[in-house]
Design a protein around this ligand. Structure first.
Ligand code: ADP
Length: 484
């Protein structure tokens, strides 16, 4: 699939350190999840490379932070434009290594690029404050300065957007970055880094370290333990988030964590049912169910339960599963065999505990799984407690609003939640009662660069996107001026 790139020079297989493409005799295979075929052999870097990258980033910091914000903004703006101009090729690379349908990959390129555009604009608005003084002889000022070298460890489900959402605010604030992309999807990261080079990013300001799953652990350790790194941003599983947080403790690093979710999707009796079905469809089956904000548990009120299940199953059947490059395909493969095994385990467990299979329930080729709807789901099932990360919709029945809120909040996670209602009082009550960082009301799609993305409880720390998203990358400094 990569032979069709308009610009084959976007296909990079070495890492980027200090402005130089850096190879290694050791390589690892990047595979197409749809076919299992190897797409490329990518440089497998290690701890020593990571240390070099951090030193190069640290060296580049002074000049980058001293540039007027408008100049950093101009580099980011150029980078944004290059992503948009190369969107077709970036989408092809993404579909090849990640599996999502080409149209969805194109959507992610636009979404990912939008964070660069947004933070290029925000770069110029990192305002300080003056605080009314308590003493006529003193003046109080607050300035915001870049935190320092930043590290970003990113997942495979959004190979571009999860990088730009972290890297753009860091760069805008005046921080250099070292990125460790997921081992499944390094080609998208490297293509985006090549475009940063073309946009005029100074050497050392943006570095990418590629590594396989074993080396990622040692590279991750260096990023966490180094004194040079002042901020670590991670998107991935809660389990790995805990490891990284522990590793960062000795150096008291600033942390941004976007971890797992277990999103409830509640449909009340008074909802517009057709709209709720469409919302559930995009929230559940997008990216084959492999997003941390995908609806994981669907709670539907008694009065509309049967109608909702029937309509959702009918719509799920219309999803076309296949290779993301094929025309009309709306759901690609799961990322790997482990992902498929987890989906199969959740479905088998639910069926053994009394769920009813309404549609789907089988794999349809190597890493492909049919869009599935399970009725009569209960709290005892694995799918109620763990993120399935696949195209399976378990539908739970509830009777009262209080019961729905209690069920929705009964989890250690708190990333995204959704509910459908037309009652304005209920919209406020439920919106405020859900213990989540994000609440979609009468919609299944909530993400955009302008809004704060993030979770509460064990779903993470910090917010990405919006004007809040740059705050993690600056330190607040208080200047007390005496002797006036
Ligand atoms: P997922 O379950 O989505 O694959 P992970 O949390 O396992 O998510 O991985 C997300 C990112 O974290 C990837 O870039 C992966 O290489 C990296 N990673 C996984 N385990 C570790 C670890 N122990 N230390 C550092 N990075 C890790």
């Amino acid at each position: 699939p990569l032979a069709a790139l308009k610009d084959p020079t976007l296909l990079k297989t070495d890492s980027l350190i200090g402005g130089e493409w850096t190879g290694s005799a050791r390589r690892f295979a990047v595979n197409d999840p749809a076919t299992g075929l190897t797409l490329a052999q990518v440089a497998n870097l290690d701890a020593a490379h990571a240390r070099t990258a951090l030193e190069r980033a640290n060296k580049a910091w002074g000049a980058w932070r001293s540039k007027p914000a408008k100049e950093r903004s101009a580099v980011l703006m150029k980078w944004f434009q290059l992503l948009m101009a190369n969107a077709d090729d970036l989408a092809r690379i993404m579909t090849a290594e990640q599996g999502k349908p080409l149209a969805e990959a194109r959507g992610e390129v636009t979404y990912g690029a939008s964070f660069i555009e947004w933070f290029a604009e925000e770069a110029r608005r990192v305002y300080g404050e003056t605080i009314p003084s308590t003493d006529n002889n003193k003046r109080f000022l607050v300035i915001k300065q870049p935190v320092g070298v930043c590290a970003a460890i990113t997942p495979w489900n959004f190979p571009i957007a999860m990088i730009t959402r972290k890297v753009a605010p860091a760069l805008a604030a005046g921080c250099p970055v070292v990125i460790k992309p997921a081992e499944q999807t390094p080609l998208s990261a490297l293509a985006v880094a090549e475009l940063a080079q073309r946009a005029g990013m100074p050497a050392g300001v943006l570095n990418v370290i590629t590594a396989d799953s074993d080396n990622s652990i040692e590279v991750g350790k260096v990023l966490c333990e180094s004194d040079l790194v002042r901020h670590l941003s991670f998107t991935g599983s809660t389990e790995v988030g805990r490891i990284l947080m522990r590793q960062c403790a000795p150096t008291i690093k600033k942390l941004s964590l976007e971890l797992g979710g277990n999103a409830p999707f509640i449909v009340f009796d008074d909802a517009d049912i057709d709209s709720a079905v469409e919302g559930a469809l995009v929230s559940k089956y997008r990216n084959a169910g492999q997003t941390c904000v995908c609806a994981n548990r669907l709670y539907v009120q008694d009065g509309v339960y049967d109608a909702f299940v029937a309509k959702l199953a009918a719509r799920a059947k219309s999803i076309k599963v296949g290779n993301g490059f094929d025309d009309g395909v709306t759901q690609g493969p799961l990322i790997d065999d482990n992902a498929l095994a987890k989906v199969e385990q959740h479905v088998a467990d639910a069926l053994a505990k009394g769920a009813k299979l309404v549609t789907g329930g089988h794999k349809s080729g190597a890493r492909f799984y049919e869009p599935t709807v399970l009725a009569n789901a209960t709290s005892e099932m694995l799918c109620a407690r763990e993120e399935t990360f696949g195209p399976v919709a378990p539908v739970f029945r509830f009777k009262t609003e209080d019961e729905a809120i209690a069920l929705a909040n009964d989890t250690e996670f708190g990333l995204a939640s959704y509910f459908y209602s037309r009652d304005v009082g209920r919209i406020f009550r439920v919106g405020e009662a859900l213990e989540y960082g994000m609440v979609g009301i009468n919609t299944g799609l909530i993400s955009t660069a302008e809004v704060p993305f993030g979770g509460v409880k064990q779903s993470g720390l910090g917010r990405e996107g919006s004007h809040h998203g740059i705050e993690d990358y600056v330190e607040v400094k208080y200047l007390c001026l005496g002797d006036i």
